[in-house]
Design a protein around this ligand. Sequence first.
Ligand code: HEM
Length: 140
Amino acid sequence: MLWIKALHVISVITWFAALFYLPRLFVYHAMSDDKASIERFKIMEHKLYRIIMMPSFVLATALGAWMAIEAWAVYTTQYWLYVKLVLAGLLIAYHFYCGHLLAAFKADKNTHSHIFYRWFNEFPVLILVAIVILVVVKPF
Ligand code: HEM
């Protein structure tokens, strides 16, 4: 099971790399008005989401679920995991909202400013800090 946990943590790290980078691309995309930059951002965002973000999300979630199901009898009294799953659920909702924003940018229909994306970019940081404290310290 330690191999599964190691692969879970690795896929969580690559998932977060994309969760941090994609909204940053949205910041610069929302500030751009020249066609060449806009087309370049569309390609970068599409590749990041399809090639790194989505596979990492699927792997991190599947491996996490595997560990949870495998030892559920132990985890039922570990309340930190319940809180972690709620936070992971919020992160998954953020992930798919990024997909929705990606589609809006692709169609040149983005309605948010770069200021919005600068704040939007901070949300995964809060989730990361909370989840890592929960899984390492296991406070309750
Ligand atoms: C998406 C749903 C997720 C599920 C179902 C899940 C489930 C699990 C489970 C069951 C473990 C083993 C816990 C243990 O016995 O020590 C684990 C470990 C871990 N998870 Fe997740 N996880 C998920 C997402 C995440 C996310 C988003 C993060 C990062 C912020 C994360 C970070 C970790 C870390 C660092 C460990 C290793 C903890 C240790 O060795 O003490 N997981 N995960």
